[in-house]
Design a binder for this molecule. Sequence first.
Ligand code: IMP
Ligand code: MG
Length: 176
Amino acid sequence: MAELSIPVLYSAEDIRDRIDELAHEISQNMSGEVMIVSLLRGSFMFTADLIRAMYHIGVQPQIDFMTLSSYQGAQSTHEVTINRDITDSVSGKTVLILDDILETGRTLSYATKLLKERGAKELKIAVLLEKPGKLDVDVRADFVGFKVPDKFVVGYGLDYDNHYRELPYIGYLEIH
Ligand code: IMP
Ligand code: MG
């Protein structure tokens, strides 16, 4: 019988330390009022921890959420759809998009284009994870937590079939 384990890539402590650094990087590179658009579901934990790290250094963003889907099971599909839209307007605002992981770039490219069309004044992207070498559209994250190896990662909000989001660490699926 196949057995599954989830070896740790980044511990809860690694994640906390890196998020504190990211909050500083963001506050040094974005000025004025910032509106965060957090892409659900994968970035809910990242968002919750990042905004608290921001609080500790005096950043007071507005926050909204959008649910996009582009991914099923372990294979990326090519269409992006909005399952739940933001409720606030981004027009004229400085927007920071948060996502869990940048892989093919399709999700973030779609989100960027959409928010630009809606009149965002300035757009930056922060991702907790980036899987280098997998991009197939032209999009770049301004802030990256960790560059991960080419494995299917789960935990800390990231899922496999909507499981493992609750793990306080980031690991990868290993099947024996
Ligand atoms: P992209 O559109 O291909 O860049 O994929 C981004 C989305 O795919 C992320 O927001 C995740 O939801 C999902 N995804 C990509 N790689 C992984 C992974 O290794 N584990 C879990 N989800 C992933
Ligand atoms: Mg996702």
